[in-house]
Design a protein around this ligand. Structure first.
Ligand code: THU
Length: 137
C-alpha cells in the first residue's frame, strides 16, 4: 500500500466495498446494517456499525472504518462512501461528520443505498464552520 499519496479513488469500487462491509455489521438492536468504505493515504479501508447492549456505545460504520485506517497509519482521508439499507441515501450522523473533518477537511462524502439515488457532497458542506485541529492553535 502507498505511504503518502494514493491514486484517485474508484467510486464504483468504494460503493461495492461499502455494501459488502454492511454484511459484517453487528446490529442486533437496530437491525440497521451500515457499511462504509474510505479512501486514504494508505489506500482502502472498510467498516461496519458495531452496536452494544449499552446502546450509546454503538459505533457507526464510518467511524469504524476511519479508526481502523488511522490505527493502520493513515492520516489523510480523501473520500468516504457509506451504504445504508434504505430506499434513499442518508448522510452521516453529526459525530461521524466531526471525525471525517479531523482527517479529511476537504473529503468527498458519498451516500449510497438499496435504491439508485446517491448523495455526493463534501464534508465542508455537511459540517460548515467546523471546529478542527487548526482551532487549537
Ligand atoms: N449508523 C451508521 O453506522 N452510519 C450512519 O451513517 C447512520 C447510522 C448506525 C448507527 C446504529 O448502529 C444504526 O445505524 C442505527 O442508527
Amino acid at each position: 500500500m502507498p505511504k503518502t499519496t494514493s491514486p484517485a479513488p474508484d467510486l464504483a469500487l468504494l460503493a461495492r466495498a461499502a455494501k459488502s462491509a454492511a454484511a459484517k455489521a453487528y446490529a442486533p438492536y437496530s437491525e440497521f446494517r451500515v457499511g462504509a468504505a474510505i479512501w486514504t493515504d494508505r489506500g482502502l479501508f472498510t467498516g461496519a456499525n458495531v452496536e452494544n447492549a449499552s446502546y450509546g456505545l454503538s459505533n457507526c460504520a464510518e467511524r469504524t472504518a476511519i479508526f481502523a485506517a488511522v490505527a493502520a497509519g493513515a492520516r489523510k482521508l480523501e473520500c468516504v462512501v457509506v451504504y445504508t439499507p434504505t430506499p434513499g441515501p442518508t448522510a452521516p450522523c453529526g459525530a461521524c461528520r466531526q471525525v471525517i473533518f479531523e482527517f479529511g477537511p476537504e473529503a468527498r462524502v458519498v451516500s449510497c443505498c438499496a435504491g439508485k439515488a446517491r448523495i455526493d457532497t463534501r464534508i465542508d458542506a455537511l459540517l460548515p464552520g467546523a471546529f478542527g485541529p487548526a482551532d487549537l492553535g
